[in-house]
Design a protein around this ligand. Structure first.
Ligand code: IFM
Length: 490
């Protein structure tokens, strides 16, 4: 550890530390402030708080052509030259399809009680609809049984972006309500088969990302750049797909199965905590999330959203709004970064958004700005606006450069710093009664980070993608400790 220090540098460091200690002694001898205790009281999370970790199918499974799996839009996209930064694909990724037992062991090592994974729709319905693949759910049967054998509760996500290519080709994917209907049927089929053991289901993951990036901005699969009206219609059909899935799970799953969405909510934070700015952040949260969480939880699009969208507003029926707002059991919020720092405004709609200075700090991923208070404010505002009684932080975490040292260890101090700060703010929220019931750290292990390929690592476990060897990073010790004590701080 000190190998790289010259004797001189070490002596200098040791010298200044000694000087500091002498000054402290001098102060207390003079009757100054009492020495602080070595340890401070731990800040506990509520009893029964659910600790977990998360992954998704396309990012880890590999085995893209095994056991009858159909192609997904991400297979096509990743194989399109120029789309993925490091020219990789997820054809093999973490080979989790074959190494799942080892990976469940990694989850267990963390001491968490829940694991959130996603089911690959094209494994179950290779064409998206029609005949199910007889082997389609076998892998998930094995995974779920292994989790339960290890005392880990499975939380399944039905859609984490791997749309069957056939649906994209036949009906334009989420541009058509045919896809919403196919999604409902797929959800019902999965519920029928798995809810004897899976008690919690997330419908869709991050519409706010996959619709805009995939259908609006030509960044993610399927790589389209639709005009705003059509894009709003895609958002609407995803919300409809969510609602149809909720209904199908209720109709065909075991009684008591809990269901909800997981959204990367547009994260609005009061720039300075004053009552007026907090109110402004509330308005902003409601208006900027009107197209998904809002319509699900209110059964209507806000007047602000409709006025702002004007001729680009989606077309919809009253019946569709009813389906979309089918009652849910929880709301999953994926919270990584502050998206909008908000202040009050005298002009409609009552808030304005401040620009980020170029010097605003970010983590290894440039979009991942550091704003720990986001995970305090966002669930708090959402719970208040929509009267939500059960929120899960369905994703939170960060990438880091994560280069193993000569001894193979990964000292991911920046990830630990990030997690410590975010979890401190989350504890602050729960201690004030914000109804966050659980937390899923993204991610269990490094994986295929979409357009960044394997360049951005979000895992608690380092993965060598040549050998498939998993190695715990330092943050494993950090997280295991938080989980074991159900508290942040010592
Ligand atoms: O890896 C993604 C995940 O698939 C969706 N939420 C954000 C993560 C980090 O970018």
């Amino acid at each position: 550890m000190f190998g790289k220090f010259s004797r001189r540098a070490f002596a200098k460091l040791a010298g200044s530390a000694a000087l500091g200690m002498a000054a402290t002694r001098a102060k207390s001898e003079e009757g100054g402030p009492k020495a602080l205790p070595d340890r401070h009281a731990p800040a506990s999370f509520p009893d029964g708080f659910l600790w977990g970790t998360a992954t998704s199918a396309y990012q880890i499974e590999g085995a893209v052509a095994e056991d009858g799996r159909g192609r997904s839009i991400w297979d096509t996209f990743a194989h399109t030259p120029g789309r993925i930064a490091d020219h990789s694909t997820a054809d093999r990724a973490n080979d989790h399809y074959h190494l799942y037992k080892e990976d469940v062991g990694l989850v267990k090592e963390l001491g968490v009680k829940a694991y959130r994974f996603s089911i690959a729709w094209p494994r179950v319905f290779p064409e998206g609809s029609g005949a199910p693949n007889p082997k389609g759910l076998d892998f998930y049967d094995r995974l779920i049984d292994e989790l339960l054998r290890n005392g880990i509760e499975p939380y399944a996500t039905l859609y984490h972006w791997d749309l069957p290519q056939s649906l994209q080709d036949r009906v334009g994917g989420w541009q058509s309500s045919e896809t919403s209907k196919a999604f409902g049927d797929y959800a019902g089929y999965v519920a029928e088969r798995l809810t004897d053991r899976v008690k919690n289901i997330f419908t869709v993951n991050e519409p706010g990302r996959f619709v805009n990036f995939g259908y609006g901005w030509n960044i993610d699969a399927p790589g389209l750049k639709l005009p705003l009206r059509e894009l709003n219609q895609v958002h609407h059909y995803v919300a409809l797909g969510h609602g149809l899935a909720v209904q199908a799970i209720r109709a065909r799953g075991r009684a008591g199965t809990r269901v909800g969405p997981a959204e990367n909510i547009a994260a609005c934070v009061p720039a300075i905590d004053t009552p007026k700015n907090i109110r402004a952040a509330e308005i902003a949260t409601r208006e900027l999330n009107a197209g998904f969480l809002g319509v699900i939880l209110e059964g209507k699009y806000t007047e602000g959203f409709l006025a702002y969208s004007g001729k680009d507003a989606p077309t919809f029926t009253a019946e569709e709004l009813k389906i979309i707002s089918s009652p849910i059991d929880f709301v999953g919020l994926n919270i990584y970064a502050p998206q909008f720092y908000v202040v009050a405004s005298d002009h409609a709609p009552g808030f304005s958004v401040l620009p980020f200075p170029a010097s605003f700090p970010h983590m290894n991923s440039e979009w991942l700005r550091v704003g720990p208070e986001t995970i305090y404010w966002v669930p708090r505002l959402a719970a208040k606006i929509w009267n939500i009684d059960t929120i899960y932080i369905s994703e939170n975490g960060t990438s880091s450069t994560d280069v193993p040292a000569a001894d193979g260890k990964v000292s991911d101090l920046d990830r630990i710093m990030y997690l410590r700060n975010y979890l401190t703010q989350l504890q602050r929220a729960t201690s004030e009664g914000v109804p966050v019931r659980g937390y899923f750290l993204w991610s269990l292990m490094d994986n295929f980070e979409w357009i960044f390929g394997f360049e951005k690592r979000f895992g608690l476990y380092h993965v060598d993608f040549d050998t498939e060897i998993r190695t715990p990073k330092l943050s494993v010790s950090f997280y295991r400790d938080v989980v074991a004590r159900n508290a942040i701080g010592v």
